[in-house]
Design a protein. Structure first.
Length: 212
């Protein structure tokens, strides 16, 4: 196995996401703007319910039922899921980097706070990129949310190496700090892929392709 094992966050690293798309779709069903629906759903505790969902404490159908009950929606689960799932766009430059790293023989792990509706959708949507990953660690399956220590322990266990042999790349400093506290090396990605490449090369990662 070529070291270090490279672990990537999904949201705003591999793929960009926009919850306003969800708010616009649900809002339209209630005669509201996206901003109006966001205000409503935030007041009704969406962040708490979403955390439970992404920790695996709620099944998709139960999450749908509870959100709908809070905001006054009444649609079948299949329609809820269709409105909820499609919010992603591939970060092409990081996708190219991932492909290059796989060509160089690195073991790749995806480590994402996500849920049982989004994960299957983006796994299909970005199959070409995600097929390069050797392991996919999702919060709703691991039952831990970043930056909890348990999440990073699950990533290390999946990789089958020591924590010190792993590098975790995330857009949130709190998550990188959590990775570092768990013994991994952490790299913050701020949307600048050339800087990410520079940071990885600085810790000995070989990147040969013309990735920008």
């Amino acid at each position: 196995m070529r070291l270090p094992v490279l672990m990537f966050d999904f949201g705003n690293v591999i793929g960009f996401f926009d919850y306003m798309l969800i708010f616009g779709r649900f809002g339209a069903r209630l005669g509201m703007s996206a901003d109006e629906f966001r205000t409503l759903v935030e007041a009704k505790g969406m962040s708490r319910l979403l955390a439970e969902f992404e920790r695996g404490a709620l099944a998709p159908e139960e999450f749908s039922r509870r959100i709908q009950a809070e905001v006054g929606l009444d649609i079948p689960f299949e329609e809820f899921a269709a409105d909820w799932e499609d919010i992603f766009e591939l970060n092409t430059s990081v996708g190219e980097l991932v492909a290059d790293l796989k060509r160089q023989g690195y073991t790749l792990v995806l480590g994402s706070n996500t849920n049982g509706i989004h994960a299957p959708f983006f796994r299909r949507q970005f199959r070409e990129t995600l097929d390069h990953f050797d392991h996919l660690v999702y919060s709703h399956e691991a039952r831990f949310l970043k930056p909890d220590r348990g999440f990073f322990d699950a990533c290390v266990e999946a990789a089958g190496v020591s924590a010190g042999s792993c590098v975790f790349i995330d857009d949130l400093e709190a998550n990188v700090e959590g990775a570092s506290a768990a013994g991994l090396k952490g790299v913050v990605y701020r949307g600048d892929t050339p800087k990410l490449i520079e940071d990885l090369r600085a810790i000995g990662v070989e990147i040969l392709g013309d990735v920008r």
